[in-house]
Design a protein around this ligand. Structure first.
Ligand code: PLP
Length: 395
């Protein structure tokens, strides 16, 4: 063919992380069939959907099979019942948003990847290490990326680099609680980011996919910070909060009147979504609504507490052994510094060969992840306790 492909795809690194992990695990199991492997690398939930969610989805499916209650295409930006439930959810942490600012979608990954469609040729600022979708979707559209290094000294929570940006506007990605580091920005740090964005005319894309793991006085939403509605969009998901990784539902908040120059981003996102997206299915939206109901919240929080207890069990071993880490309290992730100066892959092999625990090497999440390692708390209690015992004997 003589057509041109998008050559920007040539700038993206092959996503070899999980295939390389899979390869090493398969090879190990083939050589050691009698050893029981504990997988602590997955970022996927394992507990089933809350019963109230299943009931709502089932009821909605039956409605779809009945002539009187059947529904065709959903509204592109979501049914009013779900948008209203999301608005109420924000009220629970003191944030007022309008239903017109809420766009329901099939998940946070799609929205994060698609949002570049409505932005022009900006310089992109992304903390490193982080969820790889921000970097890859911007590389795919040919954008220049500036990485902000996270390290143990800044708690993997980089702040605005005033001296480096020279006041230029950027599109800034923030993820809190962070994947992979589990680190959470406090109010003071988020205010520094919001002030920086307003001063420089920058846009913050705030990924709150792990918001439900936050407790205490830490912010759940960037809109808890004054002025954020003038400089930020927020992307959230039912995946980790309600176990929807296989169901698919999320949302993006684009405040009404949020302007990029003379272009209204709420209107652009609406235009983009109504052109390229046909909405989320009715049963899924009813299921999501049920997750946000008082009974749904109770059941979702129970599941989140289960994962958080797993995280506490793992963190306790690291505390006892003097291993440095972030996360483990308001997050399902524990991000640890590989002991004795080991590299990420070296530590991966060390854990696999000695105690048959599989985690994720930090360098897969960016350059600043070299020498770090991610363990997740999404496994079963039984596996987590066994992993803690094995780690305690090894470290
Ligand atoms: N954002 C972060 C930080 C994530 O870790 C993930 C999934 O692991 C997502 C977004 C994707 O969420 P969803 O399942 O809604 O696409």
């Amino acid at each position: 063919m003589n057509i041109k492909a998008n050559t920007n795809f040539g700038n993206i690194k092959e996503s070899y992380l999980f295939s390389e992990i899979g390869k090493r695990l398969r090879a190990y199991q083939a050589e050691n069939p009698d050893k029981r492997l504990i997988r602590m690398g997955i970022g996927d939930v394992t507990l089933p959907l809350p019963s109230v969610v299943v009931e709502a989805m089932g009821k909605a499916v039956l409605e779809m099979g009945n002539k009187e209650t059947f529904r065709g295409y959903p509204p592109e930006s979501g049914y009013a019942f779900l948008k209203d439930a999301i608005v109420e959810h924000y009220k629970s942490f003191g944030v007022d948003i309008s239903p017109a600012s809420v766009f329901v979608s099939d998940g946070a990954k799609s929205d994060l990847g698609n949002f570049v469609d409505i932005l022009g040729d900006n310089e992109i600022m992304i903390p490193d290490p982080v969820y790889p979708v921000y970097v890859d979707s911007n590389l795919m559209s040919g954008r220049d990326i500036f990485l902000l290094s996270g390290s143990i000294s800044n708690g993997f929570l980089p702040l605005p680099p005033e001296d480096l940006t020279g006041g230029e506007p950027n599109v800034i990605y923030l993820c809190s609680p962070n994947n992979p580091t589990g680190a959470v920005y406090d109010r003071h740090a988020l205010k520094l980011w919001v002030d920086h964005a307003r001063l420089t005319g920058s846009l913050i894309i705030f990924d709150a996919a792990y918001e439900a793991f936050v407790t205490g006085d830490l912010p759940h939403s960037i809109y808890e910070i004054e002025g954020a509605k003038e400089c930020a969009v927020e992307i959230n998901s039912f995946s980790k909060f309600a176990g929807f990784t296989g169901v698919r539902c999320g949302w993006t908040v684009v405040p009404e009147g949020l302007m990029a120059g003379d272009m209204d981003l709420n209107k652009l996102w609406n235009r983009r979504q109504s052109t390229k997206f046909n909405g989320v299915s009715y049963p899924v939206q009813r299921a999501a609504e049920a997750a946000l109901s008082p009974e749904g919240m109770k059941q979702c929080v129970q599941n989140i507490e289960y994962y958080k207890e797993n995280a506490r069990i793992l963190a306790k071993v690291l505390d006892e052994k003097g291993v440095k880490y972030t996360g483990g309290t308001n997050s399902p992730y524990i991000w640890l510094q590989c002991p004795n100066g080991m590299g990420s892959w070296e530590f991966f092999d060390y854990l696999l060969n000695n105690v048959q625990i599989a985690g994720t090497p930090g360098e897969g999440f960016g350059r600043s992840g070299e020498g770090y390692f991610r363990l997740t708390a999404f496994g079963s209690r039984e596996d987590t306790l066994e992993a803690a015992k094995r780690l305690s004997e090894l470290l």
